[in-house]
Write a new protein. Structure first.
Length: 323
């Protein structure tokens, strides 16, 4: 595995830089080593997939996801070049990607929201980007064929989020199994699979740049819609500020409405159930969020379990209940 001491010689061997450079360790979440490298010629980010994710519960995932990520980046970059970093190199033997580093004027969307910097227009712009991705890939049979394998999605999303919650809640197993069926058998478009605020940077004019494509797969677009919405739901429940709650709920509604206006794919009626389940998994699944205190966790569990038992609850009602 690459580290601060070896990455410069690695990049020199790959012909991506020449000579010395400075190295900075970036936050790679739980799944990757991520290093920023600045040479005389360019600024790069090097990302290498870990064989075992850094979570309290054991979570092993195939390092081939790095190759999937490179292929997905190329697809998404071709559709929305301003919303995806430039891929410079893919080293399949070492499961390593090298990409251009984004300007330091960009901020992490998750951190922005946790610190009270909530700009609902981010939701609107993000919905349009996602709809463009889904629209384009839904009608491209070659792209869909390339990403048809579902094993990585099972390892990284279905098992730790859906099945883990089902194992802990026998009374929810029927509804969860139906949701699993929906996201694993309906092959509609290229799905990002990790459409989360931590993987989205905000430019100074509040436009999104999306990162981390290793869970990309041909599947049901409802998963992308639900994944980011679940994070917004968690953050709505977390804050005690009424103004922040309103702004976060508005961001979520802007996102969904913008997606609906741009998308040529109908939104699944099950969306609120997927949102509730993924949010619940951030407390009861393999990868819990680290920003909810105990009262907030209890409110989230109560809100989401109630929604999972009520098939009539709408997206708007789910967020209204989170206030």
């Amino acid at each position: 595995m690459l580290d601060e001491g070896s990455v410069i010689s690695y990049l020199n061997e790959r012909g991506l830089i020449s000579g010395n450079a400075t190295v900075e360790v970036l936050t790679g979440g739980v799944s990757c080593v991520v290093l920023a490298v600045k040479s005389a010629e360019r600024e790069l980010v090097v990302k290498q997939a870990l064989p075992e994710l850094k979570t309290k519960a054991k979570w092993v995932a195939d390092q081939r996801r790095a190759i999937v990520e490179a292929e997905a980046m190329r697809v998404y970059q071709s559709i929305t070049p301003d919303s995806v970093p430039e891929l410079i190199d893919c080293d399949e033997a070492n499961f390593t990607l090298t990409m251009s580093r984004l300007p330091n004027t960009c901020t992490n969307w998750k951190q922005d929201m946790l610190e009270g910097r909530i700009h609902p227009e981010m939701g609107e712009k993000l919905g349009k980007v996602l709809a463009q991705w889904h629209n384009t890939t839904a009608v491209d049979s070659a792209i869909k064929a390339k990403f048809m394998e579902g094993e990585l999605f099972e390892q990284l999303r279905v098992s730790p989020f859906y099945r883990a919650v089902a194992d802990k809640n026998p009374n929810l197993q029927q509804v969860i199994n139906s949701l699993i069926e929906e996201i694993t058998t309906e092959k509609i478009a290229l799905v990002h699979g990790d459409f989360s605020p931590k993987n989205i940077l905000a430019t100074p004019d509040h436009s999104p740049i999306v990162l981390d494509f290793e869970v990309a797969h041909t599947g049901n677009p409802v998963f992308d819609l639900a994944f980011v919405s679940a994070h917004l739901l968690c953050k709505t429940i977390r804050t005690q500020s009424e103004a922040e709650k309103d702004a976060l709920a508005t961001t979520a509604l802007n996102f969904l409405n913008s997606y609906r206006e741009t998308s040529r794919i109908s939104i699944a009626k099950s969306l609120p159930l997927h949102v509730a389940l993924i949010a619940l998994a951030r407390v009861e699944g393999v990868s819990p969020v680290n920003y909810l205190d105990e009262p907030a966790k209890q409110r989230l569990v109560a809100t989401t379990k109630s929604a999972l038992l009520d098939s009539t609850m709408t997206f708007e009602q789910l967020f209204e209940g989170a206030k």
